[in-house]
Ligand binder design. Structure first.
Ligand SMILES: *[C@@H]1O[C@H](CO)[C@@H](O)[C@H](O)[C@H]1NC(C)=O
Ligand SMILES: *[C@@H]1O[C@H](CO)[C@@H](O)[C@H](O)[C@H]1NC(C)=O
Ligand SMILES: *[C@@H]1O[C@H](CO)[C@@H](O)[C@H](O)[C@H]1NC(C)=O
Ligand SMILES: *[C@@H]1O[C@H](CO)[C@@H](O)[C@H](O)[C@H]1NC(C)=O
Ligand SMILES: *[C@@H]1O[C@H](CO)[C@@H](O)[C@H](O)[C@H]1NC(C)=O
Ligand SMILES: *[C@@H]1O[C@H](CO)[C@@H](O)[C@H](O)[C@H]1NC(C)=O
Ligand SMILES: *[C@@H]1O[C@H](CO)[C@@H](O)[C@H](O)[C@H]1NC(C)=O
Length: 407
């Protein structure tokens, strides 16, 4: 599978237009940038980025910079005004999704070092009646898998307060590559199956430790210096942004400071499965055989689900067939540990068809939703998890409709 294309598309600043089937997508981003808001300036009350009411989702470093795919920030607040000052270490122009309570996602481009006001009395859908139903919950997600934001300050109306929103009791950790990170999906990580599963439940916490081009085996793969065997234990991903800040000594992720997941979903190896970069079949197998017990040691309570890899589809005879990657190896890893009771095998074969894959060799938005829907039902049946999102939007801008009924 030619994931090589991944890194060619990487630029320092996010200025790309969103395309859909080669055409410019009609989007509705909100211009939220406002003039600089000084700490506790008239009308405002300012909180620092380490305020205990703020819940950071996914991986953030101690400078309050976000990493990996679809990291988020969530908190409650009183009043009808909310602004955030972003630090200079924000990727300039990065697209974020934000929403208030159960209203739909909105999109906005963030300027490094600037203040952005996300909520005001004129926020669509938010009137005084709703604003009086406390607390309003604010949630922000970075849509990309390599760009990030730095939180510098949170501002609300003076006299109002931030409110801590307790975490859901369940948590999923996703470990993967570009497939899970939503590479080439219309809203990238926000459209990827990792996010779709985590947010789809609506009642679980989740963290997506996935990055395009990354291998499991610790070797240079498609421009990533290290594999997940190493990088999963680090706060930051393998992006040029991370390297420019931390060089070759990225900080270790403090697992003890964060809740353990109940389920770890692993989809990794598509990038190892090639002839151009170092891992051999045997190296991949050995890496996976070592990785699973290492993750188990870290999270002794967690159920670990190994996904089989569809890899790609090709025309064979009068139809199409998925090529798969390391089908035997992943099943062998499963069989090695299944008797210990914490390892499960998710067979992805048959969920995607050849036309669920876009020109960049990754699932389309529809493909991501198919994978996510099947995994969610699997987790529900397997572990008795109920669906908590029973109405609010999960996938943004996937309302494809037809009102011509007279064909
Ligand atoms: C946000 O960025 C996108 C991509 O560059 C652009 O199409 C859109 O017009 C921008 N929106 C605003 C409000 O600046
Ligand atoms: C801003 O105001 C709040 C509440 O009035 C106060 O707790 C906080 O210390 C102030 N921050 C600064 C940096 O002055
Ligand atoms: C937040 O950071 C400030 C300045 O670095 C420090 O004085 C304060 O104690 C920290 N607060 C919390 C809740 O960690
Ligand atoms: C960004 O850097 C400039 C210049 O060093 C500084 O004046 C400003 O306060 C910084 N902004 C933030 C939000 O950190
Ligand atoms: C505020 O919004 C709610 C929900 O959409 C609606 O029921 C209510 O009538 C609105 N109130 C006003 C004053 O517009
Ligand atoms: C990739 O996986 C397929 C399916 O398991 C296998 O046949 C093939 O040998 C693997 N290729 C490489 C280069 O490891
Ligand atoms: C996975 O599913 C495919 C399609 O149903 C089937 O052919 C294959 O045997 C399954 N693999 C395993 C290990 O059960």
């Amino acid at each position: 599978m030619k994931l090589l294309a991944i890194l060619c598309g990487f630029v320092a600043f996010s200025t790309a237009t969103i395309l859909e089937n080669g055409r410019v997508r009609e989007t509705h981003s909100v211009d939220t940038k406002v003039a600089k808001i000084a700490t506790n300036s008239t009308g405002w009350k300012t909180y620092g980025p380490n305020a205990t009411e703020l819940s950071y989702k996914g991986r953030w470093d101690d400078k309050h910079i976000s990493w990996w795919a679809a990291p988020g920030l969530k908190f409650g607040f009183s009043g009808q005004n909310l602004a955030i000052t972003f630090g200079n270490l924000t990727s300039d122009g990065v697209l974020v999704a934000y929403r208030v309570s159960g209203l739909d996602w909105q999109m906005s481009n963030i300027t490094a070092g600037a203040a952005h006001q996300f909520v005001s009395p004129s926020t669509p859908g938010l009137n005084a009646t709703l604003a009086s139903q406390l607390p309003l919950v604010f949630e922000l997600r970075v849509t990309n898998w390599a760009y990030g934001v730095q939180i510098s300050a949170v501002h609300i109306s003076s006299g109002e307060k931030l409110i801590k929103i307790p975490d859901y009791s369940r948590k999923i950790e996703f470990i993967g590559d570009s497939l899970m990170a939503g590479y080439s999906a219309t809203y990238e990580a926000l459209s990827g199956f990792g996010y779709n599963i985590g947010a789809g439940f609506g009642n679980v916490e989740f963290s997506i430790t996935a990055y395009p081009g990354i291998c499991l085996h610790d070797a240079e793969c498609w421009g990533n210096a290290r594999g997940q065997e190493y990088q999963f234990y680090r706060t930051v991903d393998t992006s040029p942004r991370a390297i420019s800040l931390y060089g070759t000594s990225p900080p270790r992720w403090d697992f003890s400071a964060h809740a353990d997941p109940d389920v770890v979903l692993i989809n990794i190896g598509t990038n190892d499965n090639n002839t151009a970069t170092p891992p051999t079949r045997e190296q991949y197998l050995q890496s996976y055989l070592a990785f699973v017990p290492a993750v188990h040691k870290l999270y002794p309570r967690a159920q670990i689900v190994l996904m089989s890899l569809w890899n790609g589809f090709s025309r064979t005879g009068s139809s199409y067939r998925q090529s798969g990657a390391y089908i035997d190896e992943i099943y062998q890893v499963y069989q090695t540990y299944v008797r210990e009771g914490y390892v499960h095998y998710f067979n992805s074969t048959g969920i995607l068809q050849h036309n669920d894959i876009g020109p960049q060799w990754h699932p389309t938005d529809v493909g991501h939703i198919k994978v996510a829907s099947h995994v969610m039902q699997y987790l529900r049946i397997k572990f008795g998890w109920e669906f908590g999102a029973t109405g609010p939007e999960v996938q943004h801008e996937t309302l494809y409709w037809n009102d011509e009924v007279g064909y």
